[in-house]
Ligand binder design. Structure first.
Ligand code: PGA
Length: 251
């Protein structure tokens, strides 16, 4: 049995004061849902204050990126050890990072290895563009992202992984994928490729999330799908009531 998992990706939103208010708003509701693994991923600048707030909480923190090097002359970057000071999780290879900041399957792979080396659990994002979707290339693109992004990951680490399938055309558009369709990609492509990489037993333990316009209304229809173990939530994770409702639908 895979424990349901819901993460809120706050993206580039909220100053640390605003983040504190938002977290305080959602915390009581989130605390109550013990059967779901709950993670919030604010900007780096809010991690310190939120890690204090969540010190005695089951709600965990994640970062939205890291650099694979330990330290050094990498202006503007954050190392795995710095993330590990405050976080248990880290989102890697989000489509916005791939589109605007040059993340590739190769750099994602380095980041995944660096995250594991520091005891962080990566939430690795994959997903196709609208063009790729419309031209029937979803399986090919997602296969490449999974195979290259997760190559040479040690098998013992592999089962801790979280993978998020996020069709790019569904992110922030209000046009969520069809739950059955997302389930088919997650089971037939993502988990299938994980089984080829790590063996079927391990692949069965890996949580695979759906992301892309998940909200309080549609969350349950995704989480009911047998292959979908939870969600990576953007916009709706910035509203306490909506995010709590989404987490509740994952029970
Ligand atoms: P969205 O974003 O829920 O706003 O579509 C999801 C994501 O980018 O992870």
């Amino acid at each position: 049995m895979r424990k349901p998992f819901v993460a809120g990706n706050w993206k580039m939103n909220k100053t640390s004061d605003q983040a504190t208010l938002l977290a305080a708003d959602m915390l009581p509701g989130l605390e109550a849902v013990k059967t779901v693994e709950r993670v919030i991923c604010p900007p780096f600048t809010s991690l310190m204050v939120l890690s204090g707030m969540l010190a005695d909480s089951e709600v965990k923190l994640g970062a939205q990126n890291l650099h694979w090097e330990e330290s050094g002359a990498y202006t503007g970057e954050i190392s795995p050890a710095m993330v590990k000071e405050f976080c248990q999780f880290v989102i890697l290879g989000h489509s916005e990072r791939r589109a605007y900041f040059g993340d590739t399957d190769e750099s994602v792979n380095k980041k995944v290895k660096a995250a594991f080396a520091h005891g962080l659990i990566p939430i690795v994002c994959v997903g196709e563009t609208l063009d790729e979707y419309e031209s029937g290339k979803t399986a090919e693109v997602v296969t490449r992202q999974v195979k290259n992004g997760l190559k040479e990951i040690e098998s013992e680490n592999a089962e801790k992984l979280v993978v998020a399938y996020e069709p790019i055309w569904a992110i922030g558009t209000g046009k969520a994928a069809n739950p059955e369709g997302a389930n088919a990609v997650i089971g037939g492509v993502v988990r299938q490729n994980l089984a080829e990489l790590f063996g079927n037993d391990r692949a069965q333990k890996i949580r695979i999330l759906y992301g892309g316009s998940v909200n309080g209304q549609n969350a349950a229809s995704f989480f009911q799908q047998p292959e979908i173990d939870g969600g990576l939530v953007g916009g709706a994770s910035l509203k306490a009531e909506d995010f709590v409702k989404i987490v509740e639908s994952a029970t």
